[in-house]
Design a protein around this ligand. Structure first.
Ligand code: SF4
Length: 268
């Protein structure tokens, strides 16, 4: 279980954690630690707060002796990574239990094994927040930070949570060269956020597909604070959910190929 980061006293006065305006105040966070401290207090979505806490109280039989995290889950990996992987949301008995993104369930097993094979992770397993896993040049995150019932956040919940991904991408900075979207929701969230941040996302929006590849330049203009940044490529990949990995829709070789392509683009 990760430690809860202390609140950043430099942040301006902000709405209470139950307020729908609370997530937007995260845009003032000056560091990843300050962002995480703000995030883990968030209670802006009543349905998701009730669900994440109910799951943490009830627990699955296999984990009944564990204390669940039961809070929003921060991104994990190198703060200055060149590759960012964007999933959907924490799993009820995975990240909602362990407090670390993609950790403690079959989806994470599949993802981190691939990262290990392709040189992005120091070990192939991911069981708890203190298991020694370290990521190199890659970061994993999600557009929704609380476990949703049936893995289905509502459009309103997705909108409300968007400032956390936006600020995280800003803090990772202009060194990001590749963003891998795991599934259609991650794809849409990424393109929306990148368009808001001044990237020239084509219209109509490119549709999600496994293996899709879209290279973005800065939109430019007098207010473009990121003008001159190198291109950023968005890669589509089927989500690492059991629904995909158990059926063979997403195989280890397919995920390895996406991660190796991400490395190739980051090194270009
Ligand atoms: S899903 Fe996002 S906005 Fe909603 S309560 Fe969780 S962290 Fe807050």
């Amino acid at each position: 279980m990760p430690a809860v980061p202390p609140p950043d006293p430099r942040l301006p006065e902000r709405p209470g954690p139950d307020s729908p305006d609370y997530p937007a105040a995260a845009r003032a966070a000056g560091t990843m630690t300050a962002l995480d401290a703000h995030l883990v207090e968030c209670r802006a979505c009543p349905r998701l707060v009730a669900w994440r806490e109910e799951v943490a109280r009830e627990r699955r039989a296999a984990f009944r002796d564990e204390r669940y995290w039961g809070r929003p889950v921060p991104g994990f990996g190198e703060p200055g990574a060149r590759v960012v992987v964007v999933g959907l949301a924490p799993a009820a008995h995975g990240a909602n239990r362990t407090g670390r993104m993609f950790t403690g369930d079959r989806s994470g097993d599949f993802l981190f094994a691939a990262m290990h094979r392709t040189g992005f992770a120091n070990q192939p397993t991911s069981v708890s927040a203190d298991d020694g896993l370290a990521l190199h040049d890659i970061r994993v995150t999600a557009p929704v930070r609380c476990a949703p019932p049936a893995n289905k956040p509502t459009p309103e919940e997705r909108r409300r949570c968007a400032p956390y991904l936006a600020r995280e991408l800003e803090l990772v900075g202009s060194g990001v060269r590749v963003a891998v979207a795991l599934g259609a929701i991650g794809w849409q969230a990424l393109l929306t956020t990148l368009a808001e941040q001044g990237w020239a996302v084509p219209r109509p929006r490119p549709t999600f597909a496994h293996g899709a590849e879209v290279t973005l330049a800065r939109a430019g203009g007098p207010d473009d604070v990121g003008a001159g940044a190198p291109a950023l490529t968005v890669l589509g990949c089927f989500h690492v959910s059991q629904q995909n990995t158990f059926t063979g829709r997403l195989t280890p070789a397919m995920l390895d190929a996406v991660l190796l392509r991400a490395r190739e683009l980051a090194n270009a």
